[in-house]
Design a protein around this ligand. Structure first.
Ligand SMILES: [Zn+2]
Length: 294
């Protein structure tokens, strides 16, 4: 159980440039303007570029940088020169969140990006980068990915290691098509990947039941820190998925995680609907064991 004094409350953090940008991609109508407030702005976000090579190959980093410079189409996005900076700021925000137990707002989220691949609106895998940094500090890291899509990039990056427990709860047979329960890791990593794929219209009860299964596995792993990949495209109004979760479901999720683990940080994942801000607030209220805000 976490000690929820003000000092340990999960703070939402964002770089002002990210708050003033839009999500790229064909569903880019969502902007982060709700987070364009002093209370969320952080001026001490480290330059994420220097952490990229913890996970990604130099070839991938160069390719992404070039693609942004020449405004190429990559990972289902029409890139602009600003996208590289925005992506690096996202990585820096997740690094800061991992140090302070914060919730990092980022534009081009991350869990589909592999060591050498960009995919599904994701250029770099910021949560994997933060996790690798923690591993290098000697910590055991558990990643719980509640985004409604399978976190194939994160899974691939840590597939053969026993240093990270990766749990993903996602919609069965949705993009990117991976994430079957038979995918459990390889070599030393066998048993350190847990996939729970849910049918369409699962709703909150099925979601929470799946979460409890992941938590049980995570508790046995005895992590020093839990990184949540907090995607909210499982929400009932989402345009890409049909998992049918509610705000209350995300609140309960945060609460259960907070009641089980002491060191938690989170990185924003997907969410392609107009209630994304509410989803984030509901989740963070759960983590901070506050009253349900809606
Ligand atoms: Zn997603």
């Amino acid at each position: 159980m976490r000690d929820i004094s003000d000092r340990h409350k999960m703070q939402i953090m964002v770089h002002s440039k990210v708050a003033l940008s839009k999500r790229p991609g064909f569903l880019g109508e969502f902007s982060f303007k709700d987070f364009a407030r002093e209370q969320f702005f952080r001026r001490d976000i480290p330059n994420g570029e220097k952490f990229l090579s913890l996970v990604h190959t130099e070839r991938h980093i160069r390719k992404v940088k070039k693609a942004c410079e020449v405004k190429a189409h990559l990972a289902e996005m029409d890139l602009t020169p600003e996208c590289y900076e925005i992506a690096c700021l996202g990585v820096g925000t997740v690094i800061l969140a991992s140090e302070e137990g914060g919730f990092a707002i980022q534009c081009m989220t991350g869990h589909h990006a592999g060591r050498e691949s960009a995919m599904g609106f994701n250029l770099f895998n910021s949560l994997a980068i933060a996790a690798q940094r923690l591993i290098n500090q000697g910590k055991r890291v558990c990643i719980i990915d509640i985004d409604g899509h399978h976190g194939n990039g994160t899974q691939d990056i840590f597939y053969d290691t026993d240093q990270v427990l990766f749990c993903s709860i996602h919609q069965k047979d949705a993009f990117p098509g991976t994430g079957s329960e038979k995918e459990i890791g390889k070599g030393k990593g066998i048993g350190y990947t847990l996939n729970i794929s849910l049918p369409k219209n699962s709703g909150d009860d099925v979601f929470i039941e799946a979460l409890k299964k992941a938590i049980k596995k995570a508790v046995n792993f005895k992590p020093d820190i839990v990184g949540m990949y907090a995607g909210f495209d499982g929400y009932h109004a989402d345009k890409l998925l049909e998992l049918n979760y509610s705000l209350k479901g995300f609140y309960e999720c945060g609460k259960i995680i907070s009641q089980t683990f002491t060191q938690i940080f989170a990185s924003l994942g997907g969410g392609y609907h107009q209630d994304l801000t509410k989803c984030i607030f509901a989740f963070v209220a759960g983590i901070n064991q506050e009253e349900y805000p809606y």
